[in-house]
Ligand binder design. Sequence first.
Ligand SMILES: [Zn+2]
Length: 259
Amino acid sequence: MRNMIRPLLCLLLLTATSLAQVRDGRLKVVYNPPKTPLSKIWEGAIQKGQFYEQAAERLNNHLAWPRDVLIVIGDIGTANCFYSPDQHRIYMGYEMYDYLFAQFRTIESDQDALRHTFLAMDFFFYHEMGHCLAGEFNLPITGREEDAADDLAAVSLAEGGQYGGEVAMAAAQFFEIMSRGADVKKLPFWDEHGLDGQRFYNILTTFYGSNPNRYIFLEKIVPASRLARGEREFKHKTRSWDRILNQHLRQPKNTGEVF
Ligand SMILES: [Zn+2]
């Protein structure tokens, strides 16, 4: 029996070491050189705010990433943000900042539009993080991954107090603007995303469900029949994400902390 102990210990030590190596990935923030004067301005403002660096640090503290994942901020050739599972990268485009700013400017002052642009982009980062978690950790997702990514963003932000609420309301506002005057016959029912109007109501319902008293003003916007399900939906989604991510945690998340 004694002869077994040393080989077993060696084996366990090796396994622990290889597991530690496998799980030693980090999120890293990379800024691609801006290609336009406007992009240069976005770059300066984003670097000053340090949102991506702080989010990456929190996510690195809590999650045992199997490999490095880059968060690339730059001109990406399209007004969009996306996660590339093949490259293990999240791309956040300056063009998306341009687009959001232009949309918010249609309803408010430049100053408010700028603030809402940054807040909505924070939401889209968490949405892309939902895709990234699903891809990097090979998470089980049933239903549309786009809906799951919105849910991950919303339930994470719902724990973030006033900041989380402002981010979610800015994103919901963006979807509301996008849904205005839509021709029903031309709506992209085929798309992998929910319709803009649906994403608007889903975000609001999730936030109402997280704290009906704080978000009581949403009772004037979302039909009562949907809000009635809000608290149950929120609890279910939160529990589900907690359970899905539990085995990938490096250390537990504190209550009230946004991922
Ligand atoms: Zn998506």
